[in-house]
Design a protein. Structure first.
Length: 72
């Protein structure tokens, strides 16, 4: 199982994928709002979303897991 990890602390502004979606390496999966900037969260591997760990509007710390992916 692979994960998509948050790379800096901030609020989850928008989640762009759902459980069951196919994600490609390099795809934007969420947008984080930090220091009045919108920062894209990018998948580093391809796979199918098996769980979304955070909700829109929720605060996330650097290193928190956003998504769990099952490899293709």
């Amino acid at each position: 199982m692979n994960t998509v990890v948050i790379n800096m602390a901030g609020n989850i502004w928008k989640i762009l994928v759902d459980k069951g979606d196919q994600v490609e390496k390099g795809q934007e999966v969420a947008i984080l709002e930090s220091m009045k900037m919108e920062i894209p969260i990018i998948a580093e591997t391809s796979g199918t979303v098996i769980e979304v760990k955070k909700k829109e509007g929720e605060f996330a710390d650097e290193g928190d897991i956003l998504l769990e992916l099952q490899s293709c």
